[in-house]
Structures are given as structure tokens and as C-alpha cells.
Ligand binder design. Structure first.
Ligand SMILES: Nc1ncnc2c1ncn2[C@@H]1O[C@H](COP(=O)(O)OP(=O)(O)OP(=O)(O)O)[C@@H](O)[C@H]1O
Length: 389
């Protein structure tokens, strides 16, 4: 039986039914653009969406369009700045999207613009223009399209609504001050997704695209732990695209192996394909007993076949590992500081067990999500043996 029951749910163009944790941004966009979309022509709406990759900027825009596409006379024109970088390519793509005949070359910039203006006016067209990944565009090109929207006299109406999408403020700061002034204060920010937010996004995706029972919430949690930000200010993580990609790869890996369920090891292998795994250099630098504790965690995870083990499991396993290597175990509090260090170095992930199933109080759960356990065990064992030789 297939685990992936609907591939389209994992494609970049998929727009999910709801966008958890982006309700506010969607509403802000609606406030800025909704009136114009319902009844275009009376003013020039514009917005800038800022946030690091995978924070939902594009999908929120697509959602807004989905809400309005049957209620508006405007057309959606989406320009990806990675693909269309120079002026001629962009204006050519706009013309193609609007289905208007246009020469490919041979005109000056001003002539091209005049021709576009003429078509918009003559054909009574309105366009909702999105310049995605706009930091790829030279500031003068960006300025040209920002200013175009103001030309109500030439256009015969305010025929353009403009959204610029970038990763940070540089996309606006690089503009000359007067053009920046046109974009004004209409900035909508997309912060990196936290672990819990990524979990919610993954759960929706899994329900829509994977067979029931093929994944556990712990598996989704495990992926959320390695991709989600610790706090909304943690800009190294928080990319929903990466999380969804790891889920998709894990599902396929399990399916190709003829299994019905995604296993923790599928996640580790898949995440290693897209992240970098754990480098040996980082492991070499760990004190001997931190290495022994890590080996204990690895072994405990291997035996359990579950995404998480408890701190207690790791401690028990550590005692056995110490015995094996003839070392005297370090005390409980020292193990906590090892665990903190391993977490700060990104080698393990930890979370609190809030469910308290059969456990009194809060238990710390430990997982390893970015490196297959066999390779990790082999490297640590080798390092420990070298150190004790
Ligand atoms: N809140 C959300 N709910 C459901 N899916 C989401 C959400 N946010 C992002 N996604 C999904 O994550 C992926 C990346 O999102 P999106 O393309 O919108 O990111 P982006 O911010 O535009 O990134 P980039 O700057 O790289 O273009 C998409 O598959 C999108 O559907």
C-alpha cells in the first residue's frame, strides 16, 4: 500500500486549505488589497512582504488570490525574480501572462513601458502584479515597476496593485528614497516558524497527502524539532519548505522499502540529504564523557525504534556504556550539562513531554534527527577508541 496517496499535496504550487499561523498576514494583505481587488481602479494598493525563505510569503499571496479570483476583474501576474531578472524578460512575461501581443526585443525601455500602458488602457485590464524574490532585480528595474502603478493619468485608472516580496529590508533600503516612499509603510513581516508551528503545518500536509496511519505525530514532531526555530528570532531555522520536503522524502523512503509506516531512520536519512548531517569535526571536540553519553543516546534510540527516548533511558544506557569502556560514570548533573551542549551544537534535539503519560511531572525527551544512527554510532565509537588508546 502506498504511503504517499497524493503527490500534488507536496508540489510547490499546492495551496493548502488553511494556512496555520499566517491568518494575521493574510488579513493584513486583505486589508491592503481587498478593496481594490473587489473594485479595482480607484487607488494604487501596494505591499511588501518580508521574511526568510520558507516562511509562507508566496503561499499567503496565492491564498489571497484564491479568495478573490472569482470576485475580481483583475488578473494575477506572478513574476519570479530568480527566473526573470532583466527588464525585457519581466515585461515580456507580464505581457505573456496578460495574453497581449508583444515584441520580444527591439524597443527601448520607455517604448516597452508605453506599449504595456497602451495595452492595459485599450483592453481595460487590471493587474495584480507580484514581484517575488525581488532582491534579484536591480533597484532601477524595481523602481520602474513601482512607479508604473502611479501612472493613473496615462493608464486611465489605477490599473495595478503591486506586491514586492523579499527576504529582508534590503530590498526596500536599496531603492532611492522617493521610490521607497511610494512603497511606504505597507510592510508585512513573516517570522521564522517555531517548532510547534511547523508541527501544525506538517500535520495538515500529512493528513492531506499521506495514508492514514502511515505516520505518527512523533515523526512529525521529530521533523519539526530539526527544522523549526527555537524562538521567532532564530533566523537559522523556521523554513516550512524544508520541513515539508523532509516529510515527503521520508514517506517515499519508507514506501520504497515496502513499509507501511515512516520510521525515525527514514527522517534521519532524508534530512541528511537536505541538511548537512553531523560533521565529524564537531564530534571530535566533545569531551570523552560527552562522547560516551552521546553514544548512549544513539544506542538507546536504536533499541527503541521510536523518535524520542527519555533522559532516564539515556542515563541508564550511559552507565552500561561506561562499564563497557571501563570508565567511572559522571554524576547526573554533569549529564544535564552534556545534554545542553549537545543540543546547542545541533547534535541532538530535546523537548519536554507535556502529555505526562505515566510519567510524573515533565520529562525531557531526546531525539537525533539529522544523521542516520548507524553512521553516527560508527564515528563516535571510533573517536572514543582513539581517545582511550
Ligand atoms: N502557514 C503555512 N501553512 C501551510 N503551508 C505552508 C505555510 N507556510 C508555508 N507553507 C508551505 O511551505 C512551502 C514554502 O512556502 P512559501 O513558498 O510560501 O515560502 P516563501 O516565504 O515564499 O519562501 P521563498 O522566500 O523561498 O520564496 C510551501 O510549500 C508552502 O505551501
Amino acid at each position: 500500500m502506498a504511503i504517499v496517496v497524493d503527490d500534488s499535496v507536496f508540489s510547490p504550487s499546492y495551496v493548502p486549505k488553511r494556512l496555520p499561523h499566517r491568518e494575521q498576514q493574510l488579513q493584513q494583505l486583505d486589508i491592503l488589497l481587498g478593496n481594490w481587488l473587489r473594485n479595482p481602479g480607484h487607488h494604487y494598493p501596494r505591499a511588501t512582504l518580508l521574511g526568510r525563505p520558507g516562511t509562507g510569503k508566496t503561499v499567503t499571496l496565492r491564498k489571497l488570490w484564491e479568495l478573490y479570483k472569482d470576485k475580481t476583474t483583475a488578473r494575477f501576474v506572478y513574476i519570479n525574480g530568480f527566473i526573470y531578472r532583466n527588464f525585457t524578460a519581466i515585461i515580456g512575461e507580464i505581457a505573456r501572462s496578460l495574453n497581449i501581443p508583444f515584441p520580444r526585443r527591439g524597443l527601448s525601455r520607455d517604448e516597452f513601458l508605453a506599449l504595456l500602458v497602451e495595452h492595459l488602457r485599450e483592453r481595460d485590464l487590471y493587474m495584480f502584479l507580484v514581484l517575488d524574490d525581488a532582491f534579484n532585480l536591480a533597484p532601477d528595474i524595481l523602481s520602474t515597476f513601482i512607479r508604473l502603478g502611479q501612472e493613473a493619468d496615462k493608464l486611465g485608472a489605477f490599473r495595478i496593485a503591486l506586491v514586492i516580496v523579499g527576504h529582508n529590508d534590503a530590498v526596500l533600503n536599496n531603492l532611492d528614497p522617493s521610490t521607497r516612499g511610494i512603497m511606504g509603510k505597507y510592510v508585512i513581516r513573516f517570522s521564522p516558524y517555531t517548532k510547534d508551528q511547523i508541527f501544525d503545518i506538517l500535520l495538515d500536509r500529512a493528513k492531506a497527502g499521506l495514508a492514514e496511519g502511515s505516520y505518527s505525530e512523533d515523526i512529525l514532531q521529530m521533523i519539526a524539532d530539526i527544522t523549526g526555530a527555537q524562538t521567532p528570532l532564530d533566523t537559522n531555522r523556521g523554513d516550512a519548505r524544508l520541513a515539508i520536503d523532509i516529510l515527503y522524502r521520508s514517506a517515499y523512503a519508507a514506501q520504497q522499502n515496502g513499509r507501511k509506516h515512516i520510521a525515525p531512520e527514514d527522517v534521519r536519512k532524508s534530512s541528511k540529504e537536505v541538511l548537512f548531517g553531523i560533521s565529524e569535526e564537531v564530534l571530535i571536540g566533545l569531551p570523552l564523557h560527552e562522547k560516551l553519553f552521546l553514544l548512549a543516546i544513539v544506542r538507546s534510540l536504536k533499541i527503541s525504534h521510536t523518535p524520542y527516548i527519555t533522559f532516564g533511558d539515556a542515563e541508564e544506557s550511559y552507565k552500561i556504556v561506561c562499564e563497557e569502556y571501563g570508565e567511572r560514570p559522571r554524576v547526573h548533573s554533569q549529564l544535564w550539562s552534556y545534554l545542553n551542549d549537545l543540543r546547542e551544537k545541533g547534535i541532538v534535539e530535546t523537548r519536554q513531554n507535556k502529555r505526562g503519560e505515566g510519567v510524573r511531572g515533565r520529562t525531557t525527551l531526546i531525539s537525533i534527527g539529522t544523521e542516520p544512527l548507524d553512521t553516527l554510532e560508527a564515528v563516535i565509537t571510533k573517536l572514543i577508541k582513539e581517545e582511550l588508546r
